[in-house]
Design a binder for this molecule. Structure first.
Ligand code: G1P
Ligand code: ZN
Length: 544
């Protein structure tokens, strides 16, 4: 087997976004495109000689081919051992768990998360560091800088490795271990949750649940956890066979893209509990019978009920949420007397807080919740957390949420996405907001008075780094809030995200339709940001 050094020229669009490099599959299939990015990752790491890395992805189209290329490049660059998920599969949370378990140097995760897959869908590459979490900005910037100057990469001339069964192989001097990617994850879950109690709930005749894996990576994990270990009847997990194109669907667990599950939970004889996960298994959507739990509320409720769950019985060190996530969890933290951190969008910002023991639970409005058990958000973990709470409290999802609102007040919340708008007007829209925010304080818009407005900047209390331009937020004197930012994960044009929140302490007003409550603020968002004028759109494409 010989190591080949291949000459290459840079691609100038390899800047990692909110969560790694994401592009359409044909972009990744261009000669040298994937190779350049992988070599740039390897070049940005110190002392890789003999180290262990973890490799796998969500099973989407181009996963298998990429793994073969990456293995040969890892071998040519002196990596000592690669742990690959069987069939090339790792859910993102399972990859994080395995990096931690084996003290690996890091991991390469192949996923475009909730973006559609297939030959014309999206693909992605993300590097996770030793703590199991996404590489911090300092590291992703170094990778980007390297992609701009790269002139060669190294690859081993060798036959492909069989990924289909557990086993060990040698690739040059490197060892390749194909490992079961489900068992270590299930084991970790057993240390956190009361499996006996959940099993009693799931095997009782009075409780029915439905889990939709959306033809994506969580299928095998969910079958094993719920149907094999926790006594749920076969058929509880739907769409549980991962497909390279996710069956042509958009594997994003929200009210729009997980509509089949929504129909079941809002239909006749609906089950008591419903849940869905995204393409790579880090997101979750929680539903009760005829009831949707917003992710921001879910984080607040998990925090308030954490003492009921074995893994968190000892109490929480603190909580963290991304800036656009509703402030529902802040109220719980206040009552518990723990710190609540506000970070920019993206899981990578939680890593330092978790490592330093400052936060135990973290969450984002974008259907992401997780804890210090790994350094990624974790869809099935959130489902198990909810099941554990339901099993202990013996109440319905709706009762639990409504009781929560009674105690803490309700944060009405919605996100409006304007997808695939042109990049230039989207950037211009943000720029005018940035210029405007300094002078908004005290300004009145009808009944709303601006209490503060800024372009969010985050000072990381652990490493002292500063992340600027993380979204424009405008807060009003009645605690309501509008946030504007551009997506960092989209692959076509720009996506404008508008986050709208209002707080209602009065329990008699807790059962009004969200969009109705938020209507005046939605109108105000358009008035302030001139969304129609800049984007030409009068309606968002997705409302969650
Ligand atoms: C989106 C979400 C963000 C999440 C990320 C990865 O990023 O908004 O909360 O961490 O996906 O799942 P965005 O496209 O907004 O940059
Ligand atoms: Zn994801």
């Amino acid at each position: 087997m010989t190591i080949r050094t291949v000459s290459t020229t840079p691609f100038f669009d390899q800047k990692p976004g909110t969560s790694g490099l994401r592009k359409a599959v044909p972009v990744f299939q261009q000669p040298n495109y994937l190779e350049n990015f992988i070599q740039s990752i390897l070049d940005s790491l110190n002392e890789i000689e003999g180290q262990t890395i973890v490799l796998g992805g969500d099973g989407r189209y181009y996963n298998r081919q990429s793994i073969q290329i990456i293995l040969k490049m890892a071998a040519a660059n002196g990596i000592g051992r690669v742990l690959v998920g069987c069939n090339g599969i790792f859910s993102t949370p399972a990859a994080s768990a395995v990096i931690r378990k084996f003290n690996a140097l890091g991991g390469i995760i192949l996923s475009a998360s909730h973006n559609p897959g297939g030959p014309n869908g999206d693909f992605g590459v993300k590097y996770n560091v030793t703590n199991g979490g996404p590489a911090p900005e300092k590291f992703t910037s170094a990778i980007f800088e390297r992609t701009k100057t790269i002139s060669e990469y190294k690859i081993l001339d060798a036959a492909d490795i069989n990924l289909d069964n557990p086993g060990s192989f040698n690739l040059g001097t490197m060892e390749v271990e194909i490992i079961d990617s489900i068992a270590p994850y299930v084991k970790l879950m057993q240390t956190l949750f009361d499996f006996d109690k959940i099993k009693a709930l799931l095997s009782s005749r009075n409780f029915k649940m439905c889990v939709d894996s959306l033809h994506a990576v969580t299928g095998p994990y969910a079958h094993t956890l719920f149907e094999k270990y926790l006594g749920a009847p076969k058929g509880t997990v739907k769409n549980g066979t991962p497909l390279e194109d996710f069956g042509g669907c958009h594997p994003d667990p929200n009210l729009v893209y997980a509509h089949d599950l929504v129909e079941i939970l809002f239909g006749e004889n609906a089950p008591d509990f419903g849940a869905a996960s995204d393409g790579d298994g880090d997101r979750n959507m929680i539903l009760g019978r005829n009831f949707f739990v917003t992710p921001s509320d879910s984080l607040a409720i998990l925090t308030a009920n954490a003492k009921l769950v074995p893994g968190y019985r000892g109490g929480l060190a603190g909580v963290a949420r991304s800036m656009p996530t509703s402030t529902a969890v802040d109220k719980v933290a206040e009552k518990l007397g723990i710190d609540c951190y506000e970070t920019p969008t993206g899981w990578k910002f939680f890593g330092n807080l978790l490592d330093a023991g400052k936060a135990t639970l973290c969450g984002e409005e974008s259907f992401g919740t997780g804890s210090n058990h790994i350094r990624e958000k974790d869809g099935l973990w959130a489902v198990l957390f909810w099941l554990n709470i339901l099993a202990v409290r013996g109440k319905s999802v709706q009762e639990i949420v409504q009781e929560h609102w009674e105690e803490y007040g309700r944060n009405y919340y919605s996100r409006h996405d304007y997808e695939e708008v042109k990049s230039k007007p989207a950037n211009d829209l943000m720029e005018q907001l940035r210029l405007m925010v300094g002078s908004l304080k005290g300004k009145k818009y009808g009944n709303y008075e601006v209490a503060y407005a800024d372009d969010f900047s985050y000072f990381d209390p652990i490493d002292g780094s500063i992340s600027k331009k993380q979204g424009v937020r405008i807060g009003f004197s009645d605690s309501s809030r509008i946030v504007f930012r551009l997506s960092g994960t989209g692959t076509k044009g720009a996506t404008l995200r508008v986050y709208i929140e209002s707080y209602e302490p009065d329990a008699s007003k807790h059962n009004i339709e969200t969009q109705k409550v938020l209507k005046p603020l939605i109108k105000l968002a358009d008035e302030i940001a001139k969304i129609k004028e800049f984007t030409g759109r009068s309606e968002p494409t997705v409302i969650t």
